[in-house]
Design a protein around this ligand. Structure first.
Ligand SMILES: Nc1ncnc2c1ncn2[C@@H]1O[C@H](COP(=O)(O)OP(=O)(O)O)[C@@H](O)[C@H]1O
Ligand SMILES: [Mg+2]
Length: 357
């Protein structure tokens, strides 16, 4: 590992500084002459350059080799990880028009704790109480939001409230989550090899995990047919499971789950599917990256039973923008909305909830 590391670093010398900089969250290489980094949520162009396109291509090929893959005309796209866990995606010419393109999403050594999110103003104390209650009450929660809105970070924070004596099965495409629980068992999918063999999908791993006696399932992200497997797992037990999905609103999250479940290829009437979604999912925690670059939990909503075949959600808390500075900074506050339907359940178990007016 160490050796592979120093070998790779040789090829990645032009961006070594950014790989070592904990403030840099992403490194984006668009051909040899253009390197951008994301620092504290803001993209900036750097003066770093690679000596030539072949040198950059060699770096990408070596990343591929280090994970036993090839990057060539037959396999012009690469998903890989650096030895430190950072995620890499690369595309080579002629698909990439400006030369080899590489995006590196740095592996966060210290994932965002809920305390940090509080201090950044990403969530309010009331929001934290609601999140804690959802986990303690074993509600099934989906974290929704746009690309890079902070879904995975929120899922990680949610998982930190799972008690230590529960057996948690974690399934991801590329390991990002860092569960602190003693009894967390983590799995990662595998892509097919160059002959198209050996693929192991999220669906496969959900099937396995159900035979491994989970108390809760934590699935990194739902993107396709595995939605159906998750819904079925949730409707047959495993309360307190959680995942993320790309969606624009809490309601959209439910429709996305539905659409993903249809991708499973299993024939199921839409209404049956819809009622599975509504009964499996108890709450949606919605994240967003606002126009000033700040990331927030902009809403927490409960999912109510279907009415006349339509989804219904009940907003418990939401972000309200009040003003925007000349320099674009957004000001506002988190506002309590409807009382949770699980108020009584929480009070019996002495679980604190926000003081609703
Ligand atoms: N509340 C937050 N405040 C500041 N940065 C955040 C926050 N949440 C996430 N980030 C950062 O934003 C980037 C994307 O977060 P991530 O959770 O991976 O988003 P997603 O899963 O939606 O793509 C990461 O670098 C992460 O550290
Ligand atoms: Mg994510």
């Amino acid at each position: 590992m160490e050796q592979a590391n120093s070998f790779l670093i040789l090829f990645l010398a032009p961006i070594k500084e950014f790989l070592g900089d904990d403030d840099v969250s992403e490194i984006l290489i668009n051909g040899p002459n253009q390197v951008y980094v994301e620092k504290k949520g803001k993209l900036e162009k750097t003066s770093a350059v690679f000596p030539s396109e072949p040198a950059l291509r060699a770096a990408a090929s070596n990343i591929a080799k280090s994970v036993g893959r090839m990057l060539n005309d037959d396999n012009p796209r690469l998903d890989a990880r650096l030895p430190d866990g950072s995620r890499v995606h690369a595309v080579i010419p002629p698909l990439a028009r400006c030369g080899t393109v590489i995006a590196i999403r740095k592996f966060k050594k210290d994932t965002l704790s809920i305390e940090k999110m509080l201090s950044y103003g990403s969530v309010s104390e009331d929001g934290v109480l609601l999140i804690k209650a959802l986990v303690a009450l074993h509600k099934n929660v989906i974290v929704s939001g746009g690309t890079s809105s902070g879904k995975t970070s929120v899922l990680n924070a949610l998982s930190s409230f799972i008690s230590n004596n529960e057996r948690v099965l974690v399934i991801e495409d590329a390991s990002e989550l860092q569960l602190q629980q003693e009894h967390a068992v983590c799995f990662e999918t595998r892509k097919a090899d160059k002959n198209g063999n050996g693929e192991v999908t999220i669906r496969d791993l959900i099937h396995s995990s159900l035979r491994l006696r989970p108390d809760r399932l934590v699935i990194g992200e739902i993107r396709g047919g595995e939605a159906l497997d998750l819904l079925q797992a949730l409707n047959t037990g495993h309360a307190g499971s959680m995942s993320t999905i790309h969606a624009n609103t809490p309601l959209d999250c439910l429709f996305r789950l539905e659409t993903c479940a249809l991708l499973s290829g299993v024939e199921i009437p839409l209404m049956a599917l819809r009622s599975q979604v509504a009964s499996a999912i108890d709450a949606v925690v919605h994240t967003a990256r606002l126009s000033d670059g700040s990331r927030k939990i902009i809403g927490i909503s409960e999912v109510l039973p279907l009415k006349d075949g339509e989804y219904r959600t009940r907003d418990l808390i939401g972000w309200q923008t009040e003003s925007i500075d000349a320099d674009g900074k957004i000001h506002g506050q988190f506002v309590l909305k409807n009382r949770p339907t699980f108020e009584e359940q929480a009070s019996i178990l002495k679980i604190a909830l926000p003081a609703y007016p």
